[in-house]
Design a protein around this ligand. Sequence first.
Ligand code: ADP
Ligand code: MG
Length: 502
Amino acid sequence: MASPAAKVMIEVDSKWEAVIGLEVHVQLNTRTKLFSQARNGDVTAAPNQNANLVDLAYPGTLPVLNLAALTHAIRFGAAIDGSIARVCSFERKHYFYPDLPKGYQISQYSQPIVGAGVFNLWFEDGQTKTVRIRRAHLEEDAGKSIHDWLPDSTALDFNRAGTPLLEIVTEPDLHTPLEAAMFLRQLHALVIWLDLGSGNLYEGAVRCDANVSLRPKGNKNLGTACELKNLNSFKFLKNALRYEFDRQVAVLSTGASVRRETRSYDPVSGSTRSMRPKEQDRDYRYLPDPDLPPISISETTISEIRSNMPELPATVRDRFLRNFNLTPDQAYRLTLEKPLAELFEATTELCKDPQTTANWILGKVTAIRKRKQSRAQDIPISARQLSQLIERVKDGTLGFNTGKELLGKFWDTNQDLDQIIKTHDITQISDRDQISRWAARVVEENEELIPKLINGEEKLYEYFIGQVMKLSRGKANPQLVRQALQRLVTMEDKHNSSENLD
Ligand code: ADP
Ligand code: MG
């Protein structure tokens, strides 16, 4: 198999251009389901614990729209500058599946809640690209068929049935697997930023279908697309599209045409395989759901929701770039998650050093967080603690490494940093005389190594510095230690050369 780098080359070099449009399903984090009072989104529940009679499609039950889900959809619409429908309606989309007991899914077809909008995709070098959003509509999730639980049969869990989904459909404006993956990442970030859903990819809270076709470069007409189903990670999306690009190039190069079909991606082999021919809309026999009359949404409701929108990531990013002199990449990474952006801004407010704050947050804070697998909102470091840490490292009270260690050690304690420094006696030692005495002792104990040190063996220097640090129980300022050692070595050197003259 070609390496990923080689594949990127193909994307760029070949005479074919990829055309990609995504359909992203986002599970909304409302308290109850889209059309029933059953509890929504509790992943710890026992199977079927949160499925009520409506979710199970008992005869005579009726759906009642959850207005919180509608509000979520409108909030998303406002964030992408989309048109919000004054009247939206629900249709039945018919298909058979064992985990869909009604025999149809309630979805929106002719009058979706959100119409055309735009998403400004941001690249790490500060460039942007507009991806048009065609629509975003509400629909219900299906239950789950579990094939590996019982030895000879399939188990059905309806906890997920009726979970509100927002399906976001893009125009085919994306042109490389990497671009598609970046779009999904940033859309995912927006969903969490707006608190629409957990965004937990592993639990399937964001799922993506990718439509991809090829066309000769320079051609404006669209080729025949395949639909790749249920890609639930950025990497899977990227890899599935890469594989599919190569496959379609191979098909088209022989003069054959690509079949319009639905394909699934297997992350283990990294390949896609045909599942079925792609359905047409008419196969679903859409019809207005007679149990759910069209919903009118007043201007007042819409403007109220608009006025309660938080500052959007793109706006915060622009502000960071303008006010704090960050690189585009720093601004991008600090605004992928709201809690990070807030920590950055609050810390900068206190310590007045945006560059150092950005480095700490994107460096050590991010590293520890990854190790502890904590979500951004669970980072226990406060702006006050972080700014104290930054100030103590800057004024030399703490060595940089001690500072980094402290952050890890006191990650969960919410203690006052100055207090910690006092109780644990970890103030950095910058007393030059004291450091010189330690350095002299180390030099004396390692006399035989001095000629090598004079010859400038860098590794040996590190060893000497390490020895002094040990004597100081880790508290000496490493820069001063190096200086003291350098001074001593120069003296030895001079001493030796004058001896040779004798
Ligand atoms: P379908 O009706 O077959 O589901 P749609 O027109 O509804 O197709 O589009 C579904 C998704 O597929 C959209 O995201 C759209 O941008 C994308 N899409 C449509 N046609 C193409 C194409 N020729 N190549 C790539 N993507 C496409
Ligand atoms: Mg469609």
